[in-house]
Ligand binder design. Sequence first.
Ligand code: 5GP
Ligand code: ZN
Length: 137
Amino acid sequence: MKDCNCIFCKIAGGEIPAATLYEDEGFRVILDVNPASKGHCLILPKEHYANLFEIPAELLQRAAVVAKKLAPKLTGGLHASGLNVVQNNGESAGQTVPHFHIHLIPRYDGDNMKLGWIPGKLTEADRDEILGCFKAD
Ligand code: 5GP
Ligand code: ZN
């Protein structure tokens, strides 16, 4: 399944060139064109799924295996001291390209990169509401 208007379908399929770190029958891993850090790359499935809600579980598992495979080479080769794994779903979550992808973002001591949130406080009301959503019917 492909979306002919999707930039990541074109890149994953090799129609548009991109700096490729890894490729197999299901995935292409490319350097992000606007990296958050040196080595920031994207795991792209070759099949088009918009997000985590759409991607089949089996393909998601394979994407995780690709991340696991690349992580040591990426960080070791670049002498990074950490790695963020980021995956955005929906505009409100910062997703700008609606083709499922996983960001691998190497981190360096003192890199001052901003990624995160201001910690809140879990209220009893929120806790009870959320737990209620997960109660069996
Ligand atoms: P999102 O915000 O959807 O989670 O991440 C999309 C990422 O794709 C961004 O980090 C952006 O820099 C990257 N990106 C967008 N268009 C292109 C492109 O044409 N080539 C490459 N290599 N990266 C892209
Ligand atoms: Zn696509």
